[in-house]
Write a protein that binds this ligand. Sequence first.
Ligand SMILES: C[S@@+](CC[C@H](N)C(=O)[O-])C[C@H]1O[C@@H](n2cnc3c(N)ncnc32)[C@H](O)[C@@H]1O
Length: 243
Amino acid sequence: MKFDTSFEKFANEYDNVMGDNGDYTHLKTITPALFDLIKNPKGLKIYDVGCGNGYIARRLMREGAKEVFASDISETMIHIAKSRYPIHSIIYSIRDMSDFSGFKEGYFDLVVMNMSISYSSNIKKLAKEIARILKTGGRFVFTLDHPLKYSAYKVFGRTDFDITLKDSDYLNEKEKTTYNHWTKQQNALRIYTRPLGSYINALGEYGLFVKFIREPQSKAEYKDKKVKTSIPFKIAVEVVKVV
Ligand SMILES: C[S@@+](CC[C@H](N)C(=O)[O-])C[C@H]1O[C@@H](n2cnc3c(N)ncnc32)[C@H](O)[C@@H]1O
């Protein structure tokens, strides 16, 4: 069976874990870093790409964004976002993350991708399109796994999937199937692994330059215990469109 990157088959499981605020890791590690970079979304036109159940989009709207667009490839995810957490001013669509058709050049102040960029099959196309829809001075803020994540997992004593030798794979840019944390199945989710430099270089090619990064302390829940380490397992990046 070929697994794809969409969370369609386990959208309900994902929503059960994330709810309206994110799970423990999102709440304690990822979202603080993300919003530390976003700062005040008040008055901004924002696009949340790969939005899942939409909890980031909703927070942006609640904090005073002028307009929030949000999309995901999973129809069920978008259905959940609209039906379980109705905020009618958010404009949702079901589409691939490299499909920005219908959005005007220079329209957005901010594009956000929270833990979704690693599902992109074509990072250059994504970078090019994000550069197109952002205004000059506009920002792209995204989060993803930190290159040191396996070292953090070792500190956490994780045994639910094989972490041996994964670091030696770091420079290999490839499509692979990986452990699905939400259904707890081995080799059940498609993902694209790349070194951090591939993202930064692709963005740089289209005039999107890194301004800040955040490498928060890792906080997670594993086997019903709360664990933490100073080895970062997530990273947040802010890039600015300068041309
Ligand atoms: C880890 S979840 C993150 C969701 C949300 N941003 C959050 O913070 O909870 C990754 C999301 O990316 C979506 N996704 C995967 N491949 C995609 C694609 N090619 N285009 C659009 N969305 C995609 C999945 O369906 C899933 O909802």
